[in-house]
Ligand binder design. Structure first.
Ligand code: XIL
Length: 333
C-alpha cells in the first residue's frame, strides 16, 4: 500500500491539493481517491474566483462551491477559499456602472464588500481560510496597477481584509502572491503585513505561491522569505506548488519525445526532495504545503507555454501513479 503524504507529514504541516471542477464533479474518480488518501487540505483551482462564483451583478453560482465545501467537510479536510480580490478572472462589469463608466471609489468599495460578504459569509464555518487578496504587487515591490488599485487606492487591501473579517470572523485570512522569494517583493509584503498589524486588522498568514522551475529559485532564496515572513508572527504557507519541467527543457533547448526521460524524472525527484527538506526544516513556521493540482494530466501547466507541450509538474503521473518525486518527498521525513 502506498504511504500517504498526509500521514508522513502529520505532525509537521498540512498537505493540500488544488481541485478543478472536473474533480469536484467526480468525487469517486481515481484522482479523487488519491486526494482522499494523500491530502488533508484542498483549495479550489477556479470555482471560487469572482468570474465563477459571481458572474453577473445579481447572480451567484454557488453550486460548484457547495459541492467543493461539502467534499472538504465529508473528508474532514482543511478547506481553503481562493480568492476574494484579484485582478484576473474578475468580470469587467465589476469596475463599471450600467452606462459602462468606470465606478468611483465608494461604489467599488461597496461592490467589493457586497461580494465578500455574500461569498465569505455563505461559507462561514465551511471555509477554514481565505486567500483574501491575491497578487497585489509587482516583482519589484511596487503596487500592481490593477483596477482595484487605480480606483480605490492602496487601501483596497486593508478594506478587503476588514470586509472578510466582518463576513466570517472565524476564518483565517491570508495574503497570497508569487515570486515572494524575490527580496523586493518580499519586503513589500512584509510592509503590508506590518501595516495591517499596526492598524489592528486581522491577517493570519502569507501564502507563497510556488510555481517553481527545476533549478530556480534556489532553496536559499526561498528559505530567506520563509524566515522573514515568520518573524511577523504569522503562518507561512507554501501554496500553488508545482515545478515547470517543460519550461526548463525549452529554455535549455532539450529535445524529447513522449514520456519524460529517466534523468529528468530523477532531477524532478531531487528538486522536490530539496524543497521538502527545506519545508521540513521550517515546520515550526510552515502550516501548510499545497500542490497546484493532483496529477500531471490535469495540471494547468500542460500546453501552457508557446511550445504547446505536456508538462510534468506534480507527484502523480497521468495514470495517477506515484512518480519517483513522490517517493523522494515521502523519504524526507
Ligand atoms: C490558474 C488555474 O490553475 C487555471 O486553471 C486558470 O485558467 C488560470 O488560473 N496564480 C493563482 C491561481 O493564484 O489562481 C492561478 O490558477 C495560477 C496562478
Amino acid at each position: 500500500k502506498l504511504p500517504a503524504l498526509k500521514e508522513v507529514y502529520k505532525d509537521h504541516f498540512v498537505i493540500g491539493a488544488a481541485l478543478n471542477q472536473n474533480q469536484v464533479d467526480n468525487p469517486n474518480s481515481k484522482a479523487m481517491e488519491l486526494v482522499k488518501q494523500q491530502f488533508n487540505s484542498i483549495t479550489p483551482e477556479n470555482l471560487l474566483k469572482w468570474e465563477s462564483v459571481h458572474p453577473e451583478p445579481d447572480s451567484f453560482n454557488f453550486q460548484p462551491a457547495d459541492q467543493y465545501t461539502q467534499f472538504g467537510e465529508n473528508q474532514g479536510m482543511f478547506t481553503v477559499g481562493h480568492t476574494l480580490v484579484w485582478h484576473n478572472q474578475t468580470p469587467d462589469w465589476v469596475f463599471t456602472d450600467q452606462e459602462g463608466e468606470e465606478l468611483n471609489r465608494s461604489d467599488l468599495l461597496k461592490r467589493m464588500e457586497n461580494h465578500i460578504s455574500a461569498v465569505a459569509g455563505k461559507y462561514s464555518g465551511k471555509i477554514d481560510g481565505w486567500d483574501v487578496v491575491n497578487e497585489a504587487f509587482e516583482d519589484d515591490g511596487t503596487f500592481r496597477e490593477t483596477e482595484w488599485y487605480k480606483i480605490i487606492g492602496e487601501d483596497y487591501i486593508e478594506q478587503a481584509f476588514q470586509f472578510a473579517h466582518k463576513a466570517d470572523s472565524n476564518a483565517q485570512l491570508y495574503y497570497n502572491d508569487y515570486n515572494l522569494w524575490k527580496p523586493e517583493k518580499r519586503d513589500a509584503v512584509i510592509a503590508l503585513v506590518k501595516d495591517l498589524q499596526s492598524k489592528g486588522i486581522k491577517i493570519d498568514g502569507v501564502g507563497m505561491q510556488s510555481h517553481l522551475g527545476l533549478e530556480d529559485p534556489s532553496v536559499e532564496q526561498v528559505e530567506a522569505s520563509i524566515e522573514a515572513f515568520s518573524t511577523l508572527g504569522i503562518d507561512v504557507m507554501i501554496t500553488e506548488l508545482d515545478i515547470n519541467v517543460t519550461r526548463t527543457l525549452i529554455d535549455k533547448d532539450i529535445e524529447f519525445e513522449g514520456a519524460l526521460p529517466d534523468s529528468l524524472q530523477q532531477q524532478l525527484a531531487s528538486r522536490y526532495a530539496d524543497l521538502f527538506n527545506l519545508f521540513d526544516k521550517h515546520k515550526d513556521k510552515i502550516s501548510r504545503v499545497t500542490f497546484w493540482g493532483v496529477n500531471d494530466g490535469q495540471s494547468w501547466l500542460n500546453y501552457r507555454d508557446d511550445s504547446n507541450r505536456r508538462n510534468y509538474p506534480l507527484l502523480f503521473d497521468r495514470e495517477n501513479e506515484p512518480k519517483s518525486a513522490f517517493y523522494s518527498v515521502i523519504e524526507v521525513v
